[in-house]
Design a protein around this ligand. Structure first.
Ligand code: NAD
Ligand code: DAU
Length: 365
């Protein structure tokens, strides 16, 4: 048996980025015990982790980051010495519909994690680290020129962005006030396999496949800076292990696309793979009412993480998008399960194992 070198709590590990992060840590660091805490909202899908769920160094716990009692038990029983905090409500449109759950999860949940880390991380000589995973949306919107940097002022526009900004401020406050060893990262738009089809890229691939309407908000001229999720995960690994305590790192792909141009590319590339005539799916494009308060442009200057930690994206957009479209086309069962809601049964079918895990941390109490 390998010696446990670290015990790391990854929150939100059943989500899109979280599941890539969990897989990466479980496979790259067999000496680390990885605890995935996720309360399985609509965005949490344990099927994303089927391939590693039986690994010796992996434990899933179903529960909320807002549950202080549960957090204290987990920190104590697993002797957690590292946190990678991805759990969040993450969809801007949902935050416009129902902001309160964003405040509960993103603000109160982050505060609860910080508080329990502060209470439990008292042993001298330990290598404690709390990595808060955030977004470029905290900086608001850019005009046609310029980039976000680590010095950009906070100016969040949507309830989602404001809740993430609040969480960032709490993380900094716990560092400043209690010397909690934190590090932050703010990333641009991610894409890749296992993304819930409410976000632009997976939603549009799904709709092209099913020949449904492609709803483009406003004029389609908003700009996003796209990064493959695996490149984000590699950056998180570096920041978690080598980032300077108290610092924030901006992560982005230097890969700006106007929504409408990206949508045309998705249509072309997906049609080609489906052997459809050129221009077939372009007919599905419909311009619809704009998102309220729609941020015009996000773009990251990632020179700090490149200079300090040597990170650079590995995927070109051409490779990453091709891999992503192929993945969704080859995993129509995953799309069908997510669309019908059947993905929720996966946890129920695994409840026995999950209960065993719960039992093991309860009995160690
Ligand atoms: P996601 O919505 O796919 O996954 C979120 C996960 O958190 C889900 O598994 C959900 O069940 C879980 N969760 C929600 N509330 C919880 C709670 N109270 N307790 C425990 N778990 C809970 O999100 P994502 O797109 O993977 O984003 C992950 C993180 O990265 C978020 O913090 C987000 O703000 C940030 N981020 C995302 C992007 C992006 O493009 N997706 C870019 C930059 C930063
Ligand atoms: O920048 C990082 C952020 O990127 C993350 O913090 C968020 O969690 C993540 O959801 C993402 O936010 P966006 O709002 O940029 O992503 P979304 O995929 O929802 O939308 C991308 C762009 O596409 C945006 O300009 C809105 C537009 N859009 C989106 C949808 C879902 C459409 O035109 N039509 C759509 O149906």
């Amino acid at each position: 048996m390998t010696t446990v070198k670290r015990s790391i709590l990854i929150t939100g590990g059943a989500g899109f980025i979280g599941s890539h992060l969990v897989r990466h840590f479980v496979t790259r660091y067999p000496n680390y015990q990885i605890i995935n805490l996720d309360n399985l909202t609509y965005a949490g899908n344990l099927e994303n982790l089927k391939d590693i769920e039986a690994a010796d160094n992996y434990t899933f716990v179903k529960g909320s980051i807002t549950d202080l009692t549960l957090l204290r038990t987990l920190f104590k029983n697993f002797d957690v010495d590292g946190v990678l905090h991805t759990a969040a409500e993450s969809h801007v449109d949902r935050s416009i519909e129902n902001p309160m759950v964003f405040v509960q999860t993103n603000v109160q949940g982050t505060a609860a994690l910080l508080q329990v880390a502060r209470e439990c991380w008292t042993k001298p000589g330990r290598n404690y680290r709390f990595h808060h995973i955030s977004t470029d949306e905290v900086f608001g919107a850019l005009g046609e020129e310029g980039y976000f940097t680590e010095q950009s002022p906070y100016n969040p526009q949507s309830p989602y962005a404001a809740s993430k900004a609040s969480a960032d401020h709490l993380v900094r406050a716990f560092h400043n006030t209690y010397k909690l060893p934190v590090v932050l990262s703010n990333c641009s738009n991610n894409y890749g396999p296992y993304q819930f089809p409410e976000k632009l890229i997976p939603l549009f691939i799904k709709n092209i496949l099913e020949e449904r309407v492609l709803p483009v908000y406003g004029t389609g001229c908003n700009v996003r800076d796209w990064l493959h999720v695996q490149d984000h995960v590699e950056a998180l690994d570096l920041i978690f292990h080598e980032g300077k305590t108290g610092d924030a790192y901006l992560i982005g792909g230097h890969n700006e696309w106007k929504n409408i141009d990206l949508i045309h590319l998705l249509c072309q590339q997906t049609d080609k793979r489906l052997n459809r005539a050129a221009g077939h799916s372009q007919k599905l494009i419909h311009f619809v009412q704009d998102r309220a308060g729609h941020d015009h442009r996000y773009a990251i200057d990632a020179s700090y993480i490149k200079r300090e930690l040597g990170w650079t994206p590995r995927f070109t957009f051409e490779q990453g998008l091709a891999q992503t479209i192929d993945w969704y086309l080859n995993n129509s069962d995953w799309i069908a399960g997510v669309s019908s809601g059947a993905y929720r049964n996966y946890y129920l079918s695994k409840a026995h194992t999950a209960r065993q895990n719960v039992k093991s941390y309860e009995s160690a109490a």
